[in-house]
Write a protein that binds this ligand. Structure first.
Ligand SMILES: O=P(O)(O)OC[C@H]1O[C@](O)(COP(=O)(O)O)[C@@H](O)[C@@H]1O
Ligand SMILES: [Mg+2]
Ligand SMILES: [Mg+2]
Length: 338
């Protein structure tokens, strides 16, 4: 089957506009801006070793993490692409302390969308040529278009997302996203610079044999997580499961969605809310997981029902094949009672 027979992402975005009765095309233009930015980041990631974009910049972001050069570059590329078009009125990013009100183009304040991004996910893997990603979450603002953007436009429950997705810069580069009508994946043909629909209607297998967790933190994990890891390693039924942990949320999630599996970043004795950020890591992945028939909780509560209180707040994260997440929750509830 030649490239031409695959639907392009551009065609798909336009076609799917009809799904929304009163569509103005604004969301389509916003998704197209993300598509463009992902190609620019892809070009930089592919030549990272020879383009002096490996290593640290020497600053810390608001999370207290040392920023990698590619964190900063990817952040600039996405903010540039989004703020040069009248598609968003506000942007929040892992790499910016506060949200940005877009004033670079005349009518940006009339836009009804805000975007939250993790411009480069899996930063610890940049220097070692292991796949990394970008994560995005899109909301309709709650304040009136034409009025100043406010924090309340960003601090919305995940259930309010208009769209969410990720880009994985791996052996091939893919965009995977949802607008609440299923999950579709598109592969970039670098020779043409075009994304093609390669993974229509992606679905999490109901169960799987892969568990993804940083076992190096084992002693700091809650008892319920320790018990679940033991369960995964027992020789019984279809177990032991296989342990796979890339250390890039996007890549671990992507593999588990295709093969069946669970990714866990729990609370630890040091960080009671774990590491991952609710608004631009957990909510978008939860929206995708649920749209693909999977499940996503903090071990007890549905991630997308959590009421956000801060832009960079963290939550424990259990995400993947429904049966596996429910089993992990069983161990969490049991440990909680004992
Ligand atoms: O090294 P750890 O503690 O296991 O953390 C790895 C996790 O942290 C992250 O790198 C956090 O994301 P960022 O790289 O965007 O900060 C996830 O992608 C990954 O799953
Ligand atoms: Mg991340
Ligand atoms: Mg990041």
């Amino acid at each position: 089957m030649s490239d031409q027979s695959f639907q392009t992402l551009g065609e798909f975005i336009i076609d799917k506009q009809e799904d929304f009765m009163y569509s103005t095309g604004e969301l389509s233009r916003l998704l197209s801006a993300i598509r463009l930015a992902s190609k620019v980041v892809n070009r930089e990631v592919n030549k990272a070793g020879i383009a002096n974009i490996i290593g640290k910049v020497g600053n810390e972001n608001i999370q207290g993490e040392e920023q990698q050069k590619l964190d900063v570059l990817a952040n600039e590329i996405f903010i540039e692409a989004l703020s040069q078009r009248e598609v968003v009125c506000g942007i929040a990013s892992e790499e910016n302390d506060d949200y940005i009100e877009v004033k670079t183009v005349e009518n940006a304040h009339l836009s009804k969308y805000v975007v939250l991004i993790d411009p480069l996910d899996g930063s610890s893997n940049i220097d070692v040529n292991v796949s990394v990603g970008t994560i995005f979450s899109i909301y309709r603002r709650v304040t009136e278009p034409g009025t100043p953007v406010g924090l309340e436009d960003f601090l919305q429950k995940g259930v309010n997302q208009a769209a969410a997705g990720y880009v994985v810069y791996g052996s091939s580069t893919m965009i995977v996203y949802t607008t609440g009508k299923g999950v579709n994946g598109f592969t970039l043909d670098p020779s043409l610079g075009t994304y093609y629909l390669s993974h229509p209607c992606m679905e999490f297998p109901k169960t799987g044999k892969i568990y993804s967790i940083n076992e190096g933190n084992y002693i700091k994990f809650p008892q319920g997580v320790k018990d679940y890891i033991k369960y995964c390693q027992q020789e019984e039924d279809d177990r032991p499961y296989t342990s796979r942990y890339i250390g890039s949320l996007v890549s671990d999630f992507h593999r588990n969605m295709i093969k069946g599996g669970i990714y866990i970043y729990p609370s630890t004795s040091q960080s009671p809310n774990g590491k991952l950020r609710l608004l631009y890591e957990c909510n978008p992945m939860a929206f995708l997981a649920e749209q693909a028939g999977g499940k996503c909780t903090d071990g007890f509560r549905r991630i997308m029902e959590i009421e956000p209180t801060e832009l960079h707040q963290r939550v424990p994260f259990f995400c993947g094949s429904t049966t596996m997440v429910e089993k992990a929750e069983e161990f969490m509830a049991r440990a909680e009672k004992s």
